[in-house]
Design a binder for this molecule. Structure first.
Ligand SMILES: [Zn+2]
Ligand SMILES: [Zn+2]
Length: 648
């Protein structure tokens, strides 16, 4: 039998018979490792302990201490265990597919009656029995004919369709969790007992079309979440409860910020309060960009397909584009346009007007660019996942030797913005060259070093994501952690030598010859819509005072106080505070309650005592006590707080 060399994480190299499995390798190292092993990495690929290794490779053994693989296996094995439990309880239910997702998994079932909450409890109990039985997990490669015969016999039409979809030259892998079998790519645990029995929970059921196709049957999707232990699960459930309380759709309604309706799916009707947040944030971003030497432009919404063909979007992105056909006068055929899904090609058009010299670079071209992208209706989520949105977009045209300094400058920019907006926890991901790529290794070395050095020079560290870059260049991504521990990727910095090439952008170099500029696509917030959603949820509606749409309500206790109420509102308004009067003939407690639901941070109550003393009774959101302040003192305090952080 031929021999292969396996290289271990510590650099050790050992010889094994070709076809050795990671389980055998682990056993040859130590029985304790064989017992603790859950899977392996073979040349970076997640590998089942039962799969043979046929050639030289780098190998490491995963245990439950390796979070990434451990959680993937826990969630994936639970998908199988749940499907088995469902078919054990209701043998007539048809199974389909069940992938891993954030925090858990789902599985789609075809069953006439809907699953009830009681059913979920019953399924969960059966799953625990299966886990406690420590049933072995087995895997085999099957022929297409055997697989089809097996599923025909069992009456599993969805599985037959899946088998027929797999390309002819690809192996069909089967997995058994105890007696229950599923078509699956793997990897999996070695026995069901490796799944922590107290780390998971079935959360809810929702309808989902087979293969996401609305002309196909509606299935029932059962969702579950899973972690390594009970404490992690509990922390997650608490986070979900907290997230539900902060849901921007609920708060958006209560605070009167926006609405959406079915005539314009995925697009926002901004109400005055919401638009105040939006424009205040936009004004702030505009000041930051001016300070950092950006020029601002604006480009068309409806753009002929010719430009999208030239940019490559027509070929690669068309299913996400809204197509607009127009009967141009005198034209024999309809003219085909698309709503812009991105601003980049239009910015290159501006760059391309007039001759550019190396002395003009870098050019930092910003646009609050309104874009439209088709998203399936099932993917839409409030103002966070939409079809119409505005990016805080910019493109920096520069030479390769300027990329590092420009990238550092952007990281500094972004750090200041995030701090001003109340986010102090964020991290940077660096995605480097993928297998399939264009450009020489020499250029890739330079591009990756420029981004990596920029991060270091800005005083940060990065997590490396090898192979995750675009086919033409590496990128940085900036991930915020919000107040309840959720991650949001908002900022990006994508280096790009490709689009300038496609759209023939050039500048005259010091040598008098034409050169291609590099582009940096960069956004800090991502889109205003999504970022405002994140802000609302992060702050649970209690936005930083300067961003709050309704900053102060001045409420009368008796109608004789009305003239002083108006005087206070005027004084605050002149001092730059968004203040409004509430002189309705209602009890003060009623007014306070209503404005608290609307998340108004400061309510000033005024009765006859306040009128006589020229004071106000101040009630701050979330506090029950009130304090008395003079008119001058409250105006001074609130006008200072209303200033955006960059103007203080
Ligand atoms: Zn599977
Ligand atoms: Zn771009």
């Amino acid at each position: 039998m031929s021999q292969i060399s396996l290289t271990f994480p510590d650099g050790n190299i050992r010889q094994f018979d070709a076809g050795v499995t990671p389980a055998q390798v682990a056993a040859s190292i130590a029985p304790s490792l064989a017992k603790a092993a859950i899977s392996a990495q073979v040349d970076g690929q997640h590998w089942d302990l039962q799969w043979p290794i046929h050639g030289d490779a780098r190998l490491s053994i995963n245990t439950m201490k390796d979070d990434g693989p451990a959680l993937e296996l826990i969630r994936h094995d639970l998908a199988h265990i749940m499907a088995r439990a469902v078919q054990e309880i209701w043998p007539d239910v048809k199974v389909t597919i069940g992938p891993v997702r954030d925090y858990g998994w789902f599985y789609d079932f075809d069953r006439a009656e809907p699953f009830t909450p009681d059913d979920l409890g019953q399924i969960e109990a059966r799953m625990k029995q299966i886990i406690n039985a420590r049933d072995p997990v087995r895997t085999e490669i099957w022929s297409r004919a055997d697989a089809l015969a097996y599923y025909e016999e069992r009456g599993e039409p969805y599985k037959i369709e899946l088998v027929n979809k797999i390309p002819e030259d690809q192996d069909l892998r089967m997995y058994w969790h105890g007696p229950w079998q599923d078509l699956c790519r793997g990897p999996h645990f070695q026995h069901t007992g490796q799944v922590p029995a107290d780390g998971f929970k079935l959360t809810h059921v929702a309808g989902a079309y087979w293969l996401g196709d609305s002309s196909r049957p509606m299935l029932q999707r059962i969702y579950g979440v899973a972690f390594k232990n009970r404490d992690d699960l509990k922390a997650h459930m608490t986070m979900l409860e907290e997230a539900a309380k902060r849901d921007h759709r609920k708060l958006g309604r209560e605070m009167g910020l926006f609405h959406m309706q079915e005539e314009a799916p995925g697009q926002v009707f901004w109400h005055p309060n919401g638009w105040t947040i939006y424009t205040t944030l936009q004004d702030y971003m505009r000041r930051q960009q001016r300070r950092d030497g950006y020029v601002e432009v604006n480009t068309p919404q409806v753009v002929n397909r010719k430009l999208w063909e030239a940019s490559g979007h027509w070929e690669n992105y068309r299913e996400n584009m809204f197509i607009v056909e127009v009967d141009e006068e005198g034209a024999r055929e309809k003219v085909v346009n698309a709503l812009k899904p991105m601003n980049c090609p239009c910015h290159v058009q501006i760059f391309n007007v007039g001759l550019k010299s190396y002395r003009d670079l870098p050019i930092r071209m910003a646009e609050f660019g309104s874009c439209a992208r088709y998203e399936p209706s099932g993917a839409l989520h409030g103002i966070m996942r939409v079809r119409g949105f505005t990016q805080d977009d910019a493109h920096i045209f520069c030479r390769l030797d300027q990329v590092e300094a420009e990238s550092k400058k952007f990281i500094d920019f972004l750090a200041k913005v995030y701090a001003d907006l109340g986010f102090d926890k964020w991290r940077i991901k660096l995605s480097t060259r993928p297998e399939k790529r264009v450009g020489s290794d020499e250029i890739w070395d330079k591009m990756e070093a420029a981004l990596a050095n920029a991060v270091t020079a800005a005083g940060y560290t990065y997590e490396l994501f090898p192979g995750e870059g675009a086919f033409y260049a590496p990128k940085l991504e900036f991930v915020l952690t919000d107040a309840i521990g959720r991650d949001w990727q908002c900022g990006t910095l994508q280096l790009d030598p490709n689009l300038p090439e496609r759209l023939d952008a050039s500048y005259i170099g010091e040598d008098g010859a034409k050169h291609r500029p590099f582009m940096l696509h960069r956004a800090c917030l991502g889109s205003f819509e999504r970022f405002i959603g994140i802000l609302i949820e992060n702050h649970a509606g209690k936005l930083p005072f300067w961003l709050t749409p309704r900053q102060v309500v001045v409420a009368s206790i008796v109608s004789d106080a009305d003239p002083f109420v108006e005087e206070v509102v005027t004084a605050l308004t002149l001092a730059g505070v968004r203040a409004e009067a509430d002189m309705r003939n209602e009890k003060i407690n009623y007014k306070v309650r209503e404005h608290s639901v609307g998340k108004v941070p400061v309510i000033l109550a005024i009765g006859m005592k306040e009128v006589e003393e020229r004071t106000v009774s101040v009630r701050r959101l979330g506090e029950t006590r009130t304090e008395t302040m003079t008119l001058d003192a409250i105006v001074a305090e609130l006008s200072a707080a209303a200033l955006p952080p960059d103007l203080r």
